[in-house]
Design a protein around this ligand. Structure first.
Ligand code: NAD
Length: 344
């Protein structure tokens, strides 16, 4: 493998470096999102993203709209699936990798929100983002996130997941509602799945996340039906509550209770907290109990609970400003990056 030095004082050298990072990230996104078969660890992928983000922060002229730092990764495999346009955009999340970075996010956010703002903390489920569309309370469509605007139609596959109601449990369903969440493969069933695949002469999955994605993104829904998939929902979009007796929830936590009342699977692990120290205790706690949960966790998501405040903070081109993902350090570390040494 080649090893090169990048001289960041040279404009064409740093443009080339940005291009190399972008090309590597795009190739990894394709392997991960399209083929459910990553060729590097999540930590290595994240390191490439951080390198590109830092480079663009230092040299803003390198940023363009198509940069991976500005887009939601994940395309549509049109050879297998029909394309579906989401009614409302699906976003990614911005990441922090240390408590220091989290405190900096919190300090920035605290300046922009009313005093005493509460934060909803929840586990970051390492699964696959899915968007459910209910019309008059009936499940009519399900799609992968794709690039955030257009996803893959996986309705028939999603219908095989027992957790997901085909009808919302309410007399007054909204005319239309999109419900977002993660489909995951339970960790305790993963070894058994891979053993069966190997036995059948097929390639095993790299991890439970890819097993979930690979099981759901199947041409034949019978294959999906035979896999123990589950879903937890954590978002709502594109809806108007049905009638004046059903006011719009004012907080993220109220949304979850609304979704729970409709019969949708909600995580039991979320908490609404205030002080920075409480948030950090939550993070510590699940850092220690990462493996006591049914699904894999790659971090904790911290969201401003109040919806009005969320709306004021808004979104960047790829992520809400009112939420942040704190990522736990990887459990097995391999770092190779691009085999490039950077001179600063
Ligand atoms: P992300 O996974 O860092 O965060 C955004 C996603 O988190 C959302 O779309 C949502 O579906 C999900 N999520 C899980 N729990 C949630 C919760 N409680 N509340 C809200 N959202 C929740 O970003 P991404 O853009 O989907 O993917 C990037 C990540 O995927 C990388 O950080 C890496 O871990 C992995 N990845 C790995 C490779 C690889 O080659 N190994 C390639 C691409 C992506």
């Amino acid at each position: 493998s080649s090893s090169a030095d990048v001289d960041l004082t040279d404009a064409s050298a740093r443009a080339r470096y940005a291009q190399e990072l972008t090309a590597a990230i795009e190739a990894h996104r394709e392997a991960y999102f399209k083929h459910d078969a990553p060729t590097v660890s999540d930590a290595e992928y994240d390191a490439l993203m951080v390198a590109l983000r830092d480079l663009e922060e230092r040299f803003p002229e390198l940023v363009d709209d198509a940069s991976p730092t500005q887009t939601v990764g994940g395309a549509v495999d049109t050879s297998t699936f029909a394309e579906v346009e989401h009614l409302s955009r699906m976003y990614s999340l911005d990441n922090v990798f240390s408590l220091e970075e989290l405190r900096a996010w919190r300090a920035r956010t605290d300046k922009a929100v009313p005093a005493g703002t509460r934060f909803l903390c929840e586990l970051k489920i390492d699964g696959l983002a899915v968007n459910l569309l209910y019309r008059d309370g009936e499940l009519v469509r399900a799609a992968t996130r794709g690039d955030g605007r257009t996803g893959e139609d996986i309705t028939a596959n999603v219908r095989t997941i027992a957790d997901i109601p085909t009808r919302l449990d309410t007399e007054f369903p909204p005319a239309e509602v999109e419900i977002r969440g993660e489909v995951f493969f339970p960790v305790e069933r993963f070894t058994e799945l891979n053993a069966a695949l190997v036995e059948a002469g097929k390639a095993p999955f790299a991890n439970p996340r890819n097993a979930a994605a690979g099981s759901l993104r199947q041409k034949d829904p019978q294959v999906t039906a035979a896999r123990p998939l589950h879903m937890l929902v954590h978002g709502i979009a594109a809806w108007t509550p049905a009638g004046p007796d059903h006011p719009e929830p004012a907080a993220q936590s109220e949304v979850y209770e609304q979704l729970r009342s409709w019969g949708l699977p909600i995580s039991e692990y979320y908490r609404v907290l205030g002080a920075e120290s409480e948030v950090e205790e939550y993070i510590d706690h699940y850092g220690e109990h990462r493996h006591d949960v049914l699904h894999e966790i790659d971090g904790v998501v911290v969201k401003v609970d109040d919806i009005g405040t969320q709306e004021e903070l808004g979104y960047t081109s790829r992520a809400p400003r009112w939420a942040i993902a704190y990522k736990y350090p990887p459990e097995e570390v391999t770092t190779r990056l691009l085999d490039i040494q950077v001179q600063v």
